[in-house]
Design a protein around this ligand. Sequence first.
Ligand code: GAL
Length: 828
Amino acid sequence: MKMKQFNLLSLFLILITCFGQANSTIVSHDERAITIDGQRRILLSGSIHYPRSTSDMWPDLISKAKDGGLDAIETYVFWNAHEPSRRQYDFSGNLDLVRFIKTIQGAGLYSVLRIGPYVCAEWNYGGFPVWLHNMPNMKFRTINPGFMNEMQNFTTKIVNMMKEENLFASQGGPIILAQIENEYGNVISSYGAEGKAYIDWCANMANSLDIGVPWIMCQQPHAPQPMIETCNGFYCDQYKPSNPSSPKMWTENWTGWFKNWGGKHPYRTAEDLAYSVARFFQTGGTFQNYYMYHGGTNFGRVAGGPYITTSYDYDAPLDEYGNLNQPKWGHLKQLHTLLKSMEKPLTYGNISTVDLGNSVTATVYTTNEKSSCFIGNVNATADALVNFKGKDYNVPAWSVSVLPDCDKEAYNTARVNTQTSIITEDSCAEPEKLKWTWRPEFTTQKTILKGSGDLIAEGLVDQKDVTDDASDYLWYMTRVHLDKKDPIWSRNMSLRVHSNAHVLHAYVNGKYVGNQIVRDNKFDYRFEKKVNLVHGTNHLALLSVSVGLQNYGPFFESGPTGINGPVKLVGYKGEETIEKDISKHQWDYKIGLHGFNHKLFSIKSAGHRHLKWSTEKLPADRMLSWYKANFKAPLGKDPVIVDLNGLGKGEVWINGQSIGRYWPSFNSSDDGCTDECDYRGEYGSDKCAFMCGKPTQRWYHVPRSFLNENGHNTITLFEEMGGDPSMVKFKTVVTGTVCARAHEHNKVELSCNNRPISAVKFASFGNPSGKCGSFAAGTCQGAKDAAKVVAEECVGKLNCTMNVSSHKFGSTLDCGDSPKRLFVEIEC
Ligand code: GAL
């Protein structure tokens, strides 16, 4: 019997080993490229952060990434989300990393796992748990035993989880690369000799985990071997790895940018993004990752900062809700298809360059079987007409032409043939008017007047040191006895607070004195307001609000948060100013607000007898108030948003789940936007920004999976600043209008994204002009009625594809030889 068991077991082990070996993939690199099973590869990858979407969205996002021509999905791992308290882990729901990687595997894609565990990522505290900071003698990202121990513990935990599920390529899984640390090279000099020792330790620690695939370190020149250094930025064509045996890799091609409260909407054109990619491969790149491919949403309190918005749309190829962001998605897809078709020459070919003058360079990649070429024009203003291998090419300024066989342009980064989709709110369904109930936030009376808190300290404390970031809110309360003889007495007295709170609300003797919010990145400021003080005891209550913890910079973890003082009472007597510093007094602290601590947003709180919600006298513009309403989920499958226009600042929950902080009353600055966006020349996060003077974020994503499709749904708001909920509406987002400006000899594909095309508003083949919404016919047009041709092909269909040619639209006699274009606008 025993014998039999042994045999079965060994057979099982042999099977597993053989199976594992048969499926295992060998990932390595040489100076030219990442190689997979001995083949050099061109790898196209895109970042999708699993907790910034919901798990039901993952299959669709990943399949759209695959359809967009990607080979791999990259994600960070978010330490503070997974280990919210020391040694207590959470990998449930949208934090189910294994499931996310398996979804990628199921789609047939590779995955790149950036463990960090410092991630930056505009994520709260850069991904570090705040409890870690509050451990004794702690210093992050340097030689510090406590830190190194925790970092190693978490990294090992993640690696082991992946190993147990056979998720590394070496085990037959999808993970081809893993990352340790993140952009440490940007800050290493601030850490002196310990910085070098720390990064060496990171490399050794990672290496010892024996994952069987290469480790990368981004922005880490001279990365300790065998770590591969990589580049991050808007462009990496000029990048050369400092180690000659490292291939040229780009871990973050920023597809747009993130947004701060008070900031504008970022916008990076498809032309410029495609240009950066084509330039990278023209100059010998092997691996390129879009950061972000899908940005998504900072649900709950995960937004970092300070001051990162709830939307993390990033102007990525897939928008916040998972829709194709066109033309970006499609224009890149075409480029990806061509690059893949050139994989062999690009990775094995001999490289030669031809200087064509005026900043125009042709690069030729040659193997015995095939040659592929690029012609890049890096001049930001001058278009070029060049002769290359006996043929003329027109290469617009700041563009790259791709010639897969070196004899014909198949693609130019500046000539966009993909449709532009304009996403709008659905106008068909009239949103229901919500019936609100409300209740005040109770903390106010007890706290503001009595000053009773959870802990007492001499002097002022740092907010995150005492809250562990369990809440955005911390009350600082003290009493000041002023007798009649106090020198401070005057007619003109004020409270002066030196603060690092992102928002500060001040009360004196139960009365609201005012607030101050951080603007224009001035996170260190002075608040001063006139106050009425009394003889005897005066009660001061300061509410410090944090809006996302710092996520970047050397020693960012120890940057001040909250009210760091000094706090003074000031008396002005003519020329004389008398200050009374109360910073060192005894202060009472209360963490969080009553309603949060009692989970007023949870669905279960409804029946609690102390927590009465009222329908009477619904207040508008009342600070520190809770609002609640029931609603029906919008029908269908289109993404749902809630329009919070009219509200001030706070947090919003749907059926008990937080969809993030809101702050629609915070408008972006009035200037810095232009109507015209020139894709040419270097991109920066402010370039081509739009929505100046508008609410930074008015619409908030409500994931379908948070909703009960048929039953009751509840929205709960905590309004901190005061606002009017009467305008709050649930809507869906759909593709409203589609435009295209396709070039002759190409195909144009039109689609309303799951809805039928309803009408053709404009179509002209020849030399039309104008912008989407105001196209106009030019001086020459094809002989056929273009609108009719498009209508016949497209109306009533989900999508249609047409050749942009004289054959299709009739010849255009008066256009001469100049290249013709088809402009079309359709309604969805
Ligand atoms: C990089 C960083 C990313 C992200 C990006 C900006 O420096 O590595 O995590 O923060 O900047 O979006």
